[in-house]
Design a protein around this ligand. Structure first.
Ligand code: SF4
Length: 721
């Protein structure tokens, strides 16, 4: 077989192409892999000659349209799966592009599509980027079949059948085209009906959604202009032992040297020292495709297998002692599954979690606590993080949830713990399939008191979604108020909803109906989607203007800040100088620094910048006053100021590897406070300090200086992607 992928080749268990390749080799087949072939010339695709059995084509770990475009349809310049990080190797609709490439230059053997793009586009589906219902990618690409889901067993059976010359079309987990309607299969509304009538598409999607469980699912068929797309029932789940075998295969855990010469592969850095503990997720968040791809049944690896992987990792001379992540789609589902589901399949009429967890789930984090303890005890392991998502409602539902939370806080979280409430408006949460805001507040309270009990200076960060189906402007306003009044923070992590193929949310977005057929609002205008986001995360200028006017109007309780009595507008603020308190939190966050932080010299010099720290809505704001500096160009900055700022810049560059030329500044230019402030998208004069929230990324766009954003952490400013 030759496997073709839209990602560069990294040999690890997080890369589906690597997993399938190793799996087939373990079972006696020879495998060649071509990663990110050029589609304009035959050189790459013909490099390995012809396969004996079949071509297997995948877009990579992400749908190529999701990888190439943002939710507002902008082209993404960066790609973590491409050497060098520039997004110039993966074509749009990669499955179609690679199949055409093979058919043009290396025709003759069957082409089998796989991976998440083919898997989620296997039936008629809504495509956000063309705003249309597209037919199965099998017909668009003219490939021979699709293996959907986690396809180790399907690929193996396919390979065995082809090798032995027997019919392979009854392979579970396979889609193929046929002129015959197979007996016992369910007939979905046809592609043409789905395209012309969105309620038919809803019917088709509902049937598709309810037939994903490996125990209960039936085969499906959908007519496409006289030919049926046949979807065989899913492949059975791997057993725990088989899963152990998959993750203990002989991966190099490195980028293939052929591709390394083109630069670093960022995705590899993230997963190099990470451990997968399980597959599947029963969270059923409407916007997420994991359950559709990996399944909604959690299969966990054995503890012994995980420990063996950790020991192998720790014996690597390059291992730095830090395990970046121990988790899966949802970290704390490890070892927790419903016995009824394992025997009879998932319930059709209720959710395992939803607004409150099903009692049949018997949530108990004991097995995870024991596993984490064993991992911490492996010689050579200094620190173990749990960075995969956490379902906090499961922690609340567990009698021993406090022990798990304490374990996380004591040993497995650094600085901040990320959780994903996604929203706080009940009607939006209902559409998302997420628990209500009361659970969030309950968890926050537990987290804060547990962190205090453990003597840890930790805080929560939150992911939210704007413009999800069911979300109106007033829901975002409610979210903004909730964040300020209840969570006491300014949210930074707000994403605009992306309608990815074959999710429940995408179906709602496309049809304007929820799964019960009731009408649901969806915001379709890009401008209004952005506006929804801006209710919560304002651009730098908007935030600055807002803060200025709120300070001026006395609406913000700003400790120690006064307006100049003759101030006419927000830009005329004058603030009294106060010596820096030894309680300054940024100081406490960086104890024992051998060098002062980037703000150090400026902070100490009251002649240059007078400033006060104010706490407003849970966030420190640093307000500076130096109109002379503010009104001058960087090159005209007073030499004394410039000197300080150059000093700051040196540290920023030195400690963070910040590249000011990449940010559009001339080489050797004074790279001062003012520029840093501009980089943050906030006018000089009032600076929102993120030092109190180390490592919180900032998503401010600065396209004019070619820089996507920066954040300030305890070590200074750092570049984020
Ligand atoms: S019984 Fe409850 S936990 Fe089990 S599958 Fe059904 S909804 Fe999920």
């Amino acid at each position: 077989m030759i496997l073709v992928s839209g990602d560069t080749y990294t040999d690890n268990s997080y890369n589906g192409t690597a997993v399938i390749g190793h799996w087939l080799m373990e079972n006696g087949f020879r495998v060649g892999i071509i990663a990110q072939p050029r589609t304009d010339v035959p050189d790459d695709i013909t490099r390995l000659g012809m396969p004996e059995l079949f071509w297997s084509v995948s877009s990579g770990c992400v749908d190529s349209m999701v990888a190439n475009y943002t939710a507002t349809n902008k082209f993404r310049k960066d790609d973590d799966f491409t050497p060098g990080g520039v997004n110039d190797r993966r074509p749009d609709r990669a499955c179609i592009a690679y199949t055409n490439l093979i058919k043009k230059y290396a025709k003759g053997k069957p082409i089998i599509l796989g991976g998440i793009e083919a898997s989620l586009r296997r039936l008629a589906h809504y495509d956000y980027w063309s705003d249309s219902i597209r037919r199965s990618v099998l017909f668009d690409s003219k490939a021979d079949a699709i293996t959907y889901g986690m396809a180790e067993l399907s690929n193996l059976r396919l390979a065995q059948c082809m090798r032995d010359g027997v019919d392979w079309k009854d392979t579970p987990g396979l889609c193929y085209a046929s002129s015959q309607f197979p007996e016992g299969y369910l007939l979905l509304p046809s592609y043409e009906e789905c395209r012309s009538d969105r309620s038919k598409y809803l019917d088709a999607f509902r049937t598709f959604y309810r037939n994903c469980d490996p125990i209960t699912a039936k085969g499906l068929a959908q007519d496409n202009g006289g030919r049926f797309l046949i979807q065989n029932p899913p492949q059975r789940l791997l057993t725990s032992e088989e899963l152990d075998g998959v993750y203990e295969m002989d991966f190099e855990n490195a980028v293939h040297p052929y591709y390394l010469k083109d630069g670093k592969v960022k995705a590899m850095e993230t997963v190099r020292n990470s451990i997968t503990t399980h597959r599947g997720c029963y969270g059923e968040c409407s916007f997420c495709a994991i359950a559709m791809h990996q399944g909604s049944t959690v299969v966990s690896r054995s503890e012994d297998s995980i420990i063996r992987e950790v020991e192998r990792m720790a014996s690597d001379p390059h291992f730095n002692g830090i395990i970046q992540d121990v988790g899966g789609p949802t970290a704390n589902m490890y070892g927790i599954e419903c016995a009824r589901k394992l025997k009879h399949g998932a319930c059709q009429d209720k959710s395992c979690l939803g607004d409150s967890p099903c009692p049949s789930l018997h949530i108990d984090h004991g097995r995870q606590i024991a596993l984490l303890k064993r991992i911490r005890a492996v010689p050579g392991v200094r620190k173990v993080f749990v960075n995969s998502g956490i379902r906090y409602d499961m922690i609340l539902a567990d009698r021993n949830g406090d022990d798990y939370l304490e374990t996380l806080i004591r040993y497995h979280v650094s600085g901040q713990m990320k959780i994903a409430p996604e929203h706080v408006s009940r009607r939006v949460l209902r559409a998302m399939g997420k628990p209500g805001p009361d659970k969030l507040l309950e968890f926050k309270s537990d987290f804060d008191s547990c962190a205090e009990r453990c003597g840890k200076d930790l805080f929560l960060t939150y992911y939210f979604i704007a413009a999800h189906p069911g979300c109106h402007d007033e829901d975002m306003q409610e979210l903004s108020r909730f964040c300020h009044s209840k969570l006491r923070m300014n949210p930074e992590q707000v994403q605009i909803f992306t309608p990815t193929p074959s999710t429940v949310s995408t179906c709602m977005y496309c049809t304007g109906m929820d799964m019960d057929g009731k009408r649901i609002f969806s915001e379709h205008s890009v401008q209004r989607k952005r506006k929804q986001k801006e209710y919560v995360v304002r651009s730098g200028d908007a935030r600055n203007r807002c803060l200025q006017s709120r300070v001026l109007e006395g609406r913000v309780p700003v400790r120690g800040v006064q307006c100049h009595p003759e101030a006419q507008d927000a830009h005329e603020l004058l603030l009294p100088h106060r010596p820096r308190s030894h309680h300054h939190r940024a100081d406490r966050l960086s104890p024992g620094r051998s060098r002062p932080g980037p703000q150090g010299p400026v902070l100490r010099d009251s002649r240059v910048v007078q400033r006060e720290e104010v706490r407003s809505a849970g966030v420190f704001h640093e307000i500076c006053d130096d109109r002379r500096l503010r009104r001058q160009e960087p090159s005209q900055v007073h030499p004394e100021v410039q000197e300080h700022n150059v000093h700051s810049a040196g540290q920023v560059q030195g400690s963070d590897g910040f590249d000011r030329e990449a940010a559009g500044f001339r080489s050797g230019a004074a790279f001062g406070h003012r520029e840093l402030v501009h980089l943050m998208g906030i006018q000089y004069g009032q600076v929102q300090v993120r030092a109190v929230q180390p490592d919180v990324p900032c998503d401010i766009d600065q396209p004019d200086i070619g820089f996507r954003g920066c954040a300030r952490s305890r070590g200074g400013f750092r570049r984020v992607s």
